[in-house]
Design a protein around this ligand. Structure first.
Ligand SMILES: [Zn+2]
Ligand SMILES: [Zn+2]
Length: 397
């Protein structure tokens, strides 16, 4: 028995030592990336610690109090860094929807590092994997496969999702400066938090009438703002496959939601994005507000970024057709319900009339689903083919 106890202690010590080193060096993986990726999905309590730390830091408001300057700084840092998440982690590193110079790319990765969502390469690797396997068992954060909380936060705490598989993102892994930032992904967040603290101390000294200081700025500008930023981003993984409307019949359950768009500066048009990932804009039409796209468009005027990719006309036409048929179907369904309701109400109680109307509407909806097979999710190259098909074979309503 003592020997098995010793073995357990050694194994625990080794595991703790590895976890400790991984705080500093994300690429430290003695058991091999592939072996780690093959581990079963489960919450690893060591990986939960940063989230406990982040949320516990918010309780600091009890001791540091609040000032208008600190609170507005937290709000501003939320939206600025949400732009970094969506415009850099997502629309640049994950999908390469625009171009920049090599120095520009490095600066983008530094800015994205302040979001405290690990390195851009880790982010891009997992996000590309999500598009490849959306809402399939392989998808690391599908709410349909793994449930809401797992898709929102649990998946990040699983050891199998910790490493970055550089072999799957060769276009990014060829830049050693990006790999360095990804490997030592705590460097930028620590510098960022220290900078905020220093700013607060400086303001307390030079502009005391603002009523703030280093600790207050650290709590509001770093802990509170970063916690909200994490949950705002997490909503896309959890809610954007549950809440909203589906314009395109992609073979996942991605949805468009104006509410999620407001929280995430344009990422709520998630069904659009799953239909065509290569476009810089996620809001495909003028009425679909997309602040990230507007910001990137402004940035492109400075020459810092260039080559923003548009949505192909064929995809826009496909969306317009889908909207048209959906509105006609909705009008017909409503007329159907209404006519049944008015003709039956004289002879039958109200509840029975509605039941008849519902029963006749359901087979029609089922027929529509059967006659509209799902379009494969990665279909950018098939855009023209689909356009031709849409005109030749309009959906049955
Ligand atoms: Zn998605
Ligand atoms: Zn994406």
């Amino acid at each position: 028995m003592p020997s098995s106890d010793n073995k357990l202690s050694v194994s625990l010590l080794r595991r703790s030592g590895t976890a400790l080193l991984q705080w500093i060096d994300s690429d430290h993986c003695p058991e091999g990336t592939e072996n780690m990726r093959n581990e079963p999905d489960r919450v690893d309590w060591v990986r939960v610690m940063p989230f406990v730390f982040l949320h516990a830091g918010c309780l600091g408001v009890i001791w540091v109090g609040a000032s208008a300057f600190a609170v507005w700084s937290a709000v501003a840092l939320y939206f600025i860094r949400m732009f970094f998440v969506t415009g850099i982690h997502h629309r640049y590193f994950s999908h390469k929807t625009y171009n920049t110079s090599r120095i520009g790319q490095f600066l983008l990765a530094v800015c994205a590092g302040t979001t405290v969502q690990r390195g851009s390469l880790w982010w891009a690797y997992h996000h590309r994997h999500h598009h490849q396997h959306s809402d399939e068992p392989e998808d690391a954060h599908s709410p349909h496969v793994h449930g809401f909380w797992w898709s929102h936060i649990g998946w990040i705490t699983s050891r199998r999702n910790f490493p970055t598989d550089y072999s799957k993102i060769k276009d990014l892994a060829k830049f050693p400066e990006l790999v360095w930032l990804n490997r030592f992904d705590l460097v930028i967040p620590i510098l960022f938090a220290t900078g905020i603290f220093g700013l607060g101390q400086g303001l307390a000294h030079y502009i005391p009438q603002l009523g703030t200081n280093g600790w207050q700025m650290l709590v509001w500008g770093f802990f509170v703002s970063t916690t909200f930023l994490f949950h705002g981003t997490g909503c896309i993984n959890s809610m954007a496959h549950l809440m909203g409307r589906r314009r395109f019949k992609t073979d996942d359950d991605s949805r468009n939601s104006a509410i999620l768009t407001c929280i995430t500066l344009g990422e709520g048009w998630h069904n659009n994005h799953h239909r065509f990932q290569s476009s810089t804009r996620n809001g495909f039409y003028w009425w679909e507000i997309d602040p990230t796209y507007y910001g990137l468009k402004l940035l492109s005027l400075t020459g810092f970024i260039h080559g923003l990719k548009p949505v192909p006309q064929s995809v826009l036409d496909e969306g317009a057709h889908a909207d048209h048929y959906a509105s006609v179907a909705a009008a017909q369904k409503s007329a159907l319900v209404h006519s049944h309701y008015t003709s039956l109400r004289r002879a039958m109680p109200t509840v029975a009339a509605i039941a008849v109307a519902t029963a006749t509407a359901s087979p029609a909806a089922m027929l529509q689903r059967k006659t509209n097979p799902a379009v494969h999710k990665d279909v950018s190259e098939l855009a023209h083919e689909l356009k031709a098909k849409a005109f030749k074979d309009p959906p049955v309503i």
